[in-house]
Design a protein around this ligand. Structure first.
Ligand SMILES: [Zn+2]
Length: 255
Protein backbone atom coordinates (compact mmCIF):
# COMPACT_ATOMS: atom_id res chain seq x y z
CA UNK A 1 0.00 0.00 0.00
CA UNK A 2 1.28 3.46 -0.89
CA UNK A 3 1.34 6.28 1.61
CA UNK A 4 0.04 6.39 5.16
CA UNK A 5 -3.06 4.45 6.15
CA UNK A 6 -6.16 6.57 6.13
CA UNK A 7 -9.26 6.44 8.28
CA UNK A 8 -11.10 4.57 5.54
CA UNK A 9 -8.35 1.93 5.50
CA UNK A 10 -8.28 1.06 9.17
CA UNK A 11 -11.79 1.83 10.43
CA UNK A 12 -13.29 -1.34 8.91
CA UNK A 13 -10.67 -3.37 10.80
CA UNK A 14 -11.97 -2.19 14.18
CA UNK A 15 -13.75 -5.08 15.87
CA UNK A 16 -14.32 -3.74 19.35
CA UNK A 17 -15.16 -0.06 19.60
CA UNK A 18 -15.61 1.90 22.80
CA UNK A 19 -17.22 5.31 22.48
CA UNK A 20 -16.94 8.16 24.96
CA UNK A 21 -19.80 10.59 24.37
CA UNK A 22 -20.22 14.07 25.79
CA UNK A 23 -22.72 16.90 25.62
CA UNK A 24 -21.95 17.59 21.95
CA UNK A 25 -23.80 14.46 20.83
CA UNK A 26 -27.04 15.75 22.39
CA UNK A 27 -27.00 19.38 21.26
CA UNK A 28 -28.75 18.41 18.00
CA UNK A 29 -31.57 17.14 20.23
CA UNK A 30 -31.93 20.60 21.74
CA UNK A 31 -30.00 19.98 24.95
CA UNK A 32 -27.41 22.72 25.57
CA UNK A 33 -23.83 21.74 26.39
CA UNK A 34 -21.88 23.12 29.31
CA UNK A 35 -18.47 24.24 28.08
CA UNK A 36 -18.99 25.08 24.39
CA UNK A 37 -19.22 28.68 23.13
CA UNK A 38 -22.99 28.68 23.82
CA UNK A 39 -22.65 26.45 26.86
CA UNK A 40 -24.66 26.79 30.03
CA UNK A 41 -21.56 27.32 32.15
CA UNK A 42 -19.75 29.48 29.61
CA UNK A 43 -22.59 31.97 29.61
CA UNK A 44 -23.39 31.70 33.33
CA UNK A 45 -20.40 30.62 35.49
CA UNK A 46 -22.62 30.93 38.59
CA UNK A 47 -24.69 28.01 37.28
CA UNK A 48 -21.64 25.75 37.65
CA UNK A 49 -21.17 26.87 41.24
CA UNK A 50 -24.79 25.94 41.92
CA UNK A 51 -24.05 22.38 40.84
CA UNK A 52 -21.88 21.61 43.87
CA UNK A 53 -23.06 19.11 46.43
CA UNK A 54 -22.26 21.44 49.36
CA UNK A 55 -24.45 24.22 47.98
CA UNK A 56 -27.23 21.70 47.35
CA UNK A 57 -27.15 20.23 50.84
CA UNK A 58 -26.66 23.55 52.59
CA UNK A 59 -29.19 25.80 50.91
CA UNK A 60 -32.91 24.94 50.55
CA UNK A 61 -33.27 27.67 47.93
CA UNK A 62 -30.65 25.93 45.75
CA UNK A 63 -32.66 22.70 46.06
CA UNK A 64 -35.95 24.39 45.18
CA UNK A 65 -34.33 25.94 42.13
CA UNK A 66 -32.78 22.57 41.21
CA UNK A 67 -36.17 20.79 41.30
CA UNK A 68 -37.72 23.44 39.05
CA UNK A 69 -34.80 23.10 36.67
CA UNK A 70 -35.18 19.28 36.63
CA UNK A 71 -38.88 19.62 35.89
CA UNK A 72 -38.21 22.04 33.03
CA UNK A 73 -35.23 20.12 31.59
CA UNK A 74 -35.36 19.92 27.77
CA UNK A 75 -34.49 16.20 27.88
CA UNK A 76 -38.06 15.28 28.88
CA UNK A 77 -39.33 16.25 25.44
CA UNK A 78 -36.12 15.65 23.45
CA UNK A 79 -35.74 13.02 20.73
CA UNK A 80 -32.52 11.12 19.98
CA UNK A 81 -30.70 12.34 16.85
CA UNK A 82 -28.58 10.91 14.03
CA UNK A 83 -25.49 10.74 16.27
CA UNK A 84 -27.24 8.57 18.87
CA UNK A 85 -28.72 6.40 16.13
CA UNK A 86 -25.28 5.90 14.53
CA UNK A 87 -24.10 4.27 17.75
CA UNK A 88 -27.13 1.96 17.71
CA UNK A 89 -26.14 0.98 14.14
CA UNK A 90 -22.60 0.26 15.35
CA UNK A 91 -24.01 -2.01 18.04
CA UNK A 92 -26.20 -3.86 15.54
CA UNK A 93 -23.16 -4.35 13.30
CA UNK A 94 -21.53 -6.18 16.20
CA UNK A 95 -18.65 -3.70 16.54
CA UNK A 96 -19.59 -1.91 19.77
CA UNK A 97 -17.83 -2.76 23.02
CA UNK A 98 -19.46 -0.02 25.14
CA UNK A 99 -20.64 3.57 25.22
CA UNK A 100 -19.21 5.51 28.13
CA UNK A 101 -21.29 8.66 28.33
CA UNK A 102 -20.82 11.85 30.31
CA UNK A 103 -24.44 12.71 29.52
CA UNK A 104 -27.24 12.33 32.02
CA UNK A 105 -30.09 12.71 29.52
CA UNK A 106 -30.72 9.02 28.73
CA UNK A 107 -31.14 9.78 25.02
CA UNK A 108 -28.71 7.02 23.97
CA UNK A 109 -30.96 4.36 25.52
CA UNK A 110 -34.03 6.07 24.05
CA UNK A 111 -32.39 5.73 20.62
CA UNK A 112 -32.36 1.96 21.13
CA UNK A 113 -28.94 1.18 22.61
CA UNK A 114 -28.75 -1.86 24.89
CA UNK A 115 -28.75 -0.30 28.38
CA UNK A 116 -26.18 -2.92 29.40
CA UNK A 117 -23.70 -1.32 26.98
CA UNK A 118 -24.25 2.25 28.16
CA UNK A 119 -22.03 3.28 31.07
CA UNK A 120 -23.39 6.53 32.52
CA UNK A 121 -20.28 7.79 34.22
CA UNK A 122 -22.01 10.94 35.55
CA UNK A 123 -25.28 9.20 36.43
CA UNK A 124 -28.77 9.83 35.09
CA UNK A 125 -31.35 12.58 35.49
CA UNK A 126 -34.11 10.01 34.88
CA UNK A 127 -33.89 8.74 38.47
CA UNK A 128 -33.96 10.56 41.78
CA UNK A 129 -31.85 9.29 44.65
CA UNK A 130 -32.04 9.84 48.40
CA UNK A 131 -28.74 11.19 49.73
CA UNK A 132 -29.40 9.53 53.14
CA UNK A 133 -30.69 5.99 52.44
CA UNK A 134 -29.85 5.69 48.73
CA UNK A 135 -33.41 4.89 47.61
CA UNK A 136 -33.82 5.38 43.86
CA UNK A 137 -37.15 6.50 42.42
CA UNK A 138 -38.03 7.20 38.78
CA UNK A 139 -37.68 10.96 38.41
CA UNK A 140 -41.14 11.51 36.84
CA UNK A 141 -42.72 10.19 40.06
CA UNK A 142 -40.84 12.76 42.15
CA UNK A 143 -41.54 15.55 39.66
CA UNK A 144 -45.26 14.83 40.05
CA UNK A 145 -44.82 15.78 43.72
CA UNK A 146 -43.06 18.99 42.65
CA UNK A 147 -45.98 19.77 40.33
CA UNK A 148 -48.35 19.08 43.22
CA UNK A 149 -46.67 21.78 45.30
CA UNK A 150 -43.77 20.11 47.14
CA UNK A 151 -40.89 22.47 46.36
CA UNK A 152 -38.19 20.16 47.77
CA UNK A 153 -39.74 16.67 48.02
CA UNK A 154 -38.04 14.55 50.71
CA UNK A 155 -37.40 10.79 50.46
CA UNK A 156 -40.65 8.86 50.81
CA UNK A 157 -38.95 6.30 53.07
CA UNK A 158 -36.56 8.17 55.38
CA UNK A 159 -37.36 11.85 54.82
CA UNK A 160 -33.82 12.56 53.58
CA UNK A 161 -32.81 15.08 50.93
CA UNK A 162 -33.24 13.79 47.38
CA UNK A 163 -31.36 14.76 44.24
CA UNK A 164 -31.18 13.56 40.67
CA UNK A 165 -29.04 10.39 40.46
CA UNK A 166 -26.23 12.39 38.89
CA UNK A 167 -22.71 13.23 40.00
CA UNK A 168 -22.51 16.81 41.25
CA UNK A 169 -19.27 18.71 41.71
CA UNK A 170 -17.81 17.54 45.00
CA UNK A 171 -19.26 14.03 44.66
CA UNK A 172 -17.17 10.98 43.78
CA UNK A 173 -17.93 8.83 40.79
CA UNK A 174 -19.42 5.41 41.52
CA UNK A 175 -16.31 3.19 41.73
CA UNK A 176 -18.03 0.23 40.00
CA UNK A 177 -19.16 2.45 37.12
CA UNK A 178 -15.69 3.98 36.81
CA UNK A 179 -14.11 0.51 36.80
CA UNK A 180 -16.46 -0.61 34.02
CA UNK A 181 -15.51 2.48 31.98
CA UNK A 182 -11.79 1.84 32.44
CA UNK A 183 -12.19 -1.81 31.43
CA UNK A 184 -14.12 -0.73 28.33
CA UNK A 185 -11.30 1.67 27.40
CA UNK A 186 -8.57 -0.91 27.96
CA UNK A 187 -10.26 -3.73 26.05
CA UNK A 188 -11.23 -1.98 22.79
CA UNK A 189 -9.22 -1.69 19.59
CA UNK A 190 -10.76 1.67 18.65
CA UNK A 191 -11.73 4.43 21.07
CA UNK A 192 -13.95 7.20 19.72
CA UNK A 193 -14.41 10.36 21.80
CA UNK A 194 -17.35 12.32 20.43
CA UNK A 195 -18.79 15.66 21.49
CA UNK A 196 -16.66 16.05 24.59
CA UNK A 197 -14.14 18.79 25.38
CA UNK A 198 -12.02 16.13 27.16
CA UNK A 199 -11.35 18.52 30.03
CA UNK A 200 -13.12 16.60 32.80
CA UNK A 201 -11.26 13.80 34.57
CA UNK A 202 -11.40 10.90 34.93
CA UNK A 203 -13.55 10.62 31.78
CA UNK A 204 -10.98 12.36 29.57
CA UNK A 205 -8.19 10.11 30.82
CA UNK A 206 -9.98 7.13 29.28
CA UNK A 207 -8.46 8.23 25.95
CA UNK A 208 -5.00 7.65 27.37
CA UNK A 209 -6.05 4.32 28.93
CA UNK A 210 -7.26 3.15 25.53
CA UNK A 211 -4.16 4.29 23.62
CA UNK A 212 -1.80 2.81 26.22
CA UNK A 213 -3.58 -0.51 25.76
CA UNK A 214 -3.14 -0.51 22.01
CA UNK A 215 -6.32 1.13 20.70
CA UNK A 216 -6.49 3.70 17.94
CA UNK A 217 -8.09 6.99 18.97
CA UNK A 218 -10.56 9.08 16.97
CA UNK A 219 -11.78 12.44 18.32
CA UNK A 220 -14.91 14.08 16.93
CA UNK A 221 -15.43 17.52 18.43
CA UNK A 222 -16.11 21.03 17.18
CA UNK A 223 -13.34 22.57 19.31
CA UNK A 224 -9.76 21.40 19.90
CA UNK A 225 -9.18 19.09 22.87
CA UNK A 226 -6.09 18.40 25.00
CA UNK A 227 -5.91 14.90 23.48
CA UNK A 228 -5.90 15.86 19.79
CA UNK A 229 -2.15 15.27 19.43
CA UNK A 230 -2.63 11.72 20.77
CA UNK A 231 -5.36 10.92 18.24
CA UNK A 232 -4.99 8.92 15.02
CA UNK A 233 -7.70 11.14 13.52
CA UNK A 234 -9.45 14.35 14.61
CA UNK A 235 -12.76 15.16 12.91
CA UNK A 236 -14.26 18.64 13.26
CA UNK A 237 -17.47 18.22 11.24
CA UNK A 238 -21.03 18.15 12.51
CA UNK A 239 -21.50 15.12 14.75
CA UNK A 240 -24.83 14.33 13.09
CA UNK A 241 -22.98 13.81 9.82
CA UNK A 242 -19.54 12.66 10.95
CA UNK A 243 -20.61 9.95 13.39
CA UNK A 244 -22.98 8.15 10.97
CA UNK A 245 -20.19 8.21 8.35
CA UNK A 246 -17.72 6.76 10.83
CA UNK A 247 -20.23 4.10 11.91
CA UNK A 248 -20.84 3.08 8.30
CA UNK A 249 -17.09 2.83 7.62
CA UNK A 250 -16.48 0.89 10.81
CA UNK A 251 -19.33 -1.47 9.97
CA UNK A 252 -17.60 -2.31 6.70
CA UNK A 253 -20.25 -0.63 4.57
CA UNK A 254 -19.42 1.40 1.47
CA UNK A 255 -19.83 5.14 1.80
ZN1 LIG B 1 -34.13 7.99 52.05
Amino acid sequence: MDGPMTLADWLPQAESITVLSGAGISTDSGIPDFRGPQGVWTKDPAAAAMSTIDAYLGDPEVRRRAWRSRRDHPAWSAEPNAGHRALVDLERAGRLRAIVTQNIDGLQQLAGSDPELVIEIHGTMRDAQCLSCGLRTPMPQVLERVDAGEEDPPCAVCGGIQKSATISFGQSLDPDVLEAAIMAARSCDLFVAVGTSLTVQPAAGLCLEAVEHGARLVIINAQPTPYDTLADAVLRGQIGETLPRLARLASGADL
